[in-house]
Design a protein around this ligand. Structure first.
Ligand SMILES: *Cc1c(COP(=O)(O)O)cnc(C)c1O
Length: 422
């Protein structure tokens, strides 16, 4: 891995999640699912740029949509003005999302989308005259973003966020584990009910990554948990916030992970795949009932408004992305990806002592190792075989673009298998 030496004067980029100032591989261009590096190598991107580039790179229709929008109206503020791309996108999201989510607040990233959701929930109760309801409960192992509020509801003991933000402390619930494990869901529901009994008078909302916790170990859990959690939240007058930043737009095999449970959260956050990986954007969706609580008096207004909210260019990309996804049968593609991931990855734990468990849901496949040392050198090993892998914590995983071909996906899984079966 060539690199400009540490502290080289000509290398000014500060990279995320790393304590070594080494210059990473340089990507010059990308087409389809392939990254083209400046040294001539071509790598299949097995993680679709943090799960956002679901159409692969440089999809001609997305490129054209962005080019046309930039020429017409690249940006305009959403305060006191509006424009067709934002309005059309909001209408389409309402049409696609679980029934009852009827208003859309745009922002520029998943983390900010989550901040918006937390502020909305707390202010909702304030506007209803119940300002003591301002704390949150979330799941152990959760990841909701890197901004201070989002971090405060993320796994408190994880190594990713040793720095803890000075924000109100949340309560944490041990999540259910296993997509098919109804017993684990039942146990978690008991814990949730006890917690709600104890704390509901102070709680604004229960925040979850529905069905699949991603950064927090790719834990997939039984849809029944969410169905009953919806009911318990209603009983105890606590809002339910679904963070679908990672799961939204087909990743788990349904358009939204909430669809597995047939529920409508009070607030739902979308980002990552929203623009097909073209530009940063998030959409925080809310029910009509929630929205109505912010109307009628100036002090009730929602005081949030990012400079680039509803950016027309990002909205145009998102509109085109939704059109392509629905027209080109992306959910069926995810089913095909799931079949191959299941066939190639499940059961590896019986063949390699380094593997603790394997899990697959939709277009996510994960191999959990016993020790981080078990994948030392894997990125280079994969790159020599034409694949870009980025393991983290104890997880070697793939979340590819939905357009990945069967043979390209086979290349990704065979690299993973080869590594563990050497
Ligand atoms: C990535 C992610 C976020 C944060 O989104 P950013 O765009 O990186 O700020 C929040 N929640 C979940 C579930 C995510 O996967």
């Amino acid at each position: 891995m060539p690199g400009t030496p540490e502290n080289a004067p000509d290398y000014a980029v500060w990279h995320p999640y790393t304590a070594t100032h080494q210059r990473p591989w340089v990507v010059q261009s990308a087409h389809g699912v392939r990254l083209h590096l400046d040294d001539g190598r071509e790598l299949i991107d097995s993680v679709s740029s943090w799960w956002s580039c679901v159409h692969g790179y440089g999809h001609p229709e997305l490129v054209q949509a962005v080019q046309e929008q930039v020429a017409r109206l690249p940006h305009v503020m959403l305060g006191g003005l509006t424009h067709a791309p934002a309005e059309q996108l909001a209408a389409q999201l309402v049409e696609m999302a679980p029934i009852g989510l009827e208003r859309v607040f745009f922002a520029d990233s998943g983390s900010v989308g989550v901040e918006v959701a937390l502020k909305m929930a707390a202010q909702y109760w304030q506007n209803m005259g119940r300002s003591h309801k301002r704390r949150f409960v979330s799941l152990r192992g959760a990841y909701h973003g890197d901004t201070a509020g989002a971090m405060s509801i993320g796994e408190p003991d994880d190594s990713m966020h040793l720095f803890t933000a000075a924000t109100p402390s949340a309560s944490f619930l041990e999540p259910p584990r296993g997509f098919e494990d109804r017993h684990s869901a039942a146990e978690a529901l008991k814990r949730l009910e006890q917690l709600l009994r104890r704390e509901a008078t102070e709680l604004a909302a229960f925040v979850v990554e529905p069905i699949q916790q991603s950064y927090g170990g790719f834990n997939m859990y039984h849809p029944w948990f969410l169905e009953e959690a919806r009911w318990l939240c209603d009983q105890h007058e606590v809002l339910l916030i679904a963070d679908e930043v990672a799961t939204g737009f087909g990743r788990t095999g349904k358009w939204f992970a909430c669809d597995w449970s047939g529920i409508t959260p009070d607030i739902m956050v979308l980002s990552k795949a929203l623009t097909g990986g073209m530009l940063g954007m998030s959409a925080t969706m809310a029910t009509r009932k929630l929205f109505d609580a912010f109307q009628g008096a100036p002090e009730k207004a929602f005081m949030h408004g990012p400079t680039f909210m509803g950016n027309p260019t990002a909205a145009a990309a998102a509109l085109k992305s939704l059109e392509i996804m629905r027209r080109d049968g992306y959910l069926e593609r995810v089913v095909r990806i799931e079949q191959r991931l299941r066939a190639d990855l499940l059961g590896l734990e019986h063949r390699s002592h380094k593997v603790l468990a394997t899990r697959v849901l939709g277009a996510t496949g994960v191999v959990e190792v016993r020790d981080r040392a078990d994948y030392q050198g894997l990125a280079e090993f994969a790159a020599e075989r034409g694949v870009w892998l980025r393991p983290f914590e104890r997880y070697v995983y793939t979340m590819p673009a939905y357009v990945i071909s069967d043979s390209e996906l086979a290349q990704v899984t065979s690299v993973i298998r080869e590594w563990f079966l050497r």
